[in-house]
Design a binder for this molecule. Structure first.
Ligand SMILES: Cc1cc2nc3c(=O)[nH]c(=O)nc-3n(C[C@H](O)[C@H](O)[C@H](O)COP(=O)(O)OP(=O)(O)OC[C@H]3O[C@@H](n4cnc5c(N)ncnc54)[C@H](O)[C@@H]3O)c2cc1C
Length: 501
């Protein structure tokens, strides 16, 4: 039996990767295509939820930091007006021993108590001396940390913080993914800053960032999806893949329909894809990939934004006085991320658990979004997580015990972070080519499982480049050469350039 309909290219998923592929195929106007998603809107992990009270929450802190002009073009096309965006200066701190240490921590040890400064400088000097004579590359992330920052910074910040983020000890992770992501401290500058009691300047690639004025990060992807023809998109049951028959090249959907394809671009998690294919060899292989789960917790608070919070964007928490590793002051990103002042909301509970009246009152309101990781190596008390996070917010002086909480949010995203484990490349180097031999290009944050090219801009371009590969055999730079694309401005490809198929 044949399929209900046939297309040259079928794309599974309307997160950034699937939309990148669809956008490119639409641009090229060559092979026939269809894009499907089991959700009822585009966005995937880059989507945004709204609470019944009107607070918005992304899937954790999402900041646009683009490596590609084509990606910028597509976003500008989708949200072209100046007032579609807010631009923010990154204001980011690490909470440590009751202090706010400016990010990156390892460059600002001048802010630490004296005994910690000594510990950190001691380790930095040792690591600088050892680096001079080291003849091999670090064997794992832990060794990389020691070489870059020394034992002091490793113990105080890097190890505990990274365990909280990744839910895996640093000894079980590789270090090729790091590239530009971690700020390597310069011993001389750090020492100078300690002696002069100075703070290091703003570091790194995303010192400023833009954020959509309305509808959160998810609003971007809904707008990008809106630039594609309606008849080539399927959502919900019609778009929910239940089976992939790689031999017959037919995909079945939850509503009973089927679509035949020439090539399949799949952006769902590759471990789930191979389950849907029922291919035992690939299922076994995919078990070698590791991931962590992300819990996103949102807390809406009544009252003006407190002075101590100010215009902070996101904050890191390495200590064990709170379950979260990162907090984002989501209300600072856009005034539309929370209800207007005049909206009347009852207090759900007072932060310290004391009784409160049920009377609805006006705002203003502000909000905090928290991220908590979970894995088989780092269990989480899911039932009490919201309560534990509120207690953690009080412990870290983010909120006061008598603050009135008017809205809460908690959602678990099973596949949150694709872990760059020591075994990862060994698996991917077999799994992805085996799929490709069957005309299946598995791409995206969990489609191709490479965290170093797993942000929105990368994911989008993984999709674009997969489409190009299908159309004209072009090399997929983002998939195969992460360091190359991450170390340059990729300006060659533009949306306005015409394309001859
Ligand atoms: C906590 C967190 C923080 C992040 N922070 C940032 C950041 O600051 N900056 C940044 O750029 N990126 C960030 N990201 C990454 C960003 O979310 C990803 O780059 C992006 O969402 C990946 O896109 P994707 O299309 O590959 O996958 P996804 O977004 O996961 O999309 C996959 C799609 O496939 C669909 N799907 C799954 N199964 C099926 C099925 N059976 N049938 C049909 N459809 C299916 C899903 O519904 C989904 O829409 C963050 C991610 C997380 C989790």
């Amino acid at each position: 039996m044949g399929a209900d309909i046939n297309v040259d290219v079928l794309i599974i998923g309307m997160g950034p990767t699937g939309l990148g592929a669809a956008k490119r195929l639409n641009h090229v106007n060559g092979p026939s295509w269809l894009v499907v998603d089991s959700a009822d809107k585009a966005g995937g992990l880059a989507g945004t939820d709204v609470t019944p009270e009107g607070f918005l929450y992304d899937v954790g802190g999402h900041v646009i930091f683009s490596h590609y002009k084509y990606f910028d073009d597509c976003l500008d096309e989708a949200l072209p007006k100046e007032d579609d965006w807010h631009t923010h200066q990154r204001i980011s701190y690490v909470r440590y021993k009751g202090l706010w240490v400016p990010y990156p921590f390892q460059n600002n040890i001048s802010m630490l108590p004296k005994e910690d400064q000594v510990k950190c400088i001691d380790g930095l000097i040792d690591s600088a001396l050892e680096c001079r004579v080291a003849s091999s590359k670090p064997k794992d992330f832990d060794e990389w940390i020691l070489r870059m920052c020394g034992e002091g910074v490793a113990d105080i910040f890097m190890r505990p913080y990274n365990f909280k983020v990744w839910a895996v000890p640093t000894t079980k992770m590789q270090c090729q993914w790091l590239g530009e992501r971690v700020a390597a401290p310069d011993v001389k500058t750090v020492t100078k800053n300690v002696i002069l009691n100075k703070v290091a300047g703003n570091w790194g690639p995303n010192a400023t960032f833009r954020f959509p004025a309305r509808d959160g990060t998810g609003g971007i992807w809904i707008a990008v999806a809106d630039t594609l023809p309606k008849e080539k998109k399927r959502f919900g049951k019609q778009g929910e893949v239940t089976k992939v028959d790689a031999e017959k090249k037919i995909v079945s959907f939850a509503d009973g329909s089927t679509v035949g394809y020439g090539k399949l671009i799949s952006t769902m998690a590759v471990d789930q894809l191979v389950e849907k294919m029922g291919n035992q060899e690939l299922v076994t292989l995919s078990k070698g990939l590791y991931y962590s789960t992300t819990h996103v917790i949102g807390v809406g608070v009544r009252g003006p934004r407190p002075e101590r919070i100010g215009d902070k964007c996101w904050l890191y928490f390495p200590e064990d006085n709170c379950p979260f590793y990162r907090a984002t002051i989501f209300s600072n990103y856009s005034p539309h991320n929370q209800p207007e002042d005049k909206v009347k909301l009852p207090t759900l509970f007072v932060a310290n658990g004391s009784k409160c009246s049920a009377e609805a009152k006006e705002g203003p309101y502000w909000s905090i979004m928290l991220e908590v990781s979970q894995s088989t190596m780092k269990p989480v008390d899911e039932k009490n997580l919201l309560r534990d996070c509120v207690a953690g917010l009080i412990n870290t002086e983010m909120i006061k015990p008598d603050d009135e909480i008017v809205s809460t949010y908690h959602r678990r995203f099973d596949h949150g972070y694709p872990t760059p484990t020591l075994e990862r490349e060994g698996v991917l180097k077999q799994l992805l080519p085996k799929l490709q031999d069957m005309d299946i290009l598995s791409r995206g944050r969990f489609g191709s499982w490479r965290y170093e090219v797993g942000n929105q801009d990368h994911s989008f371009m993984l999709g674009v480049e997969a489409a190009d590969h299908i159309v004209n055999g072009a090399v997929e730079l983002t998939l195969n050469y992460p360091d190359f694309v991450n170390s340059r401005q990729n300006t060659e490809r533009r949306l306005a350039t015409s394309f001859e198929y």
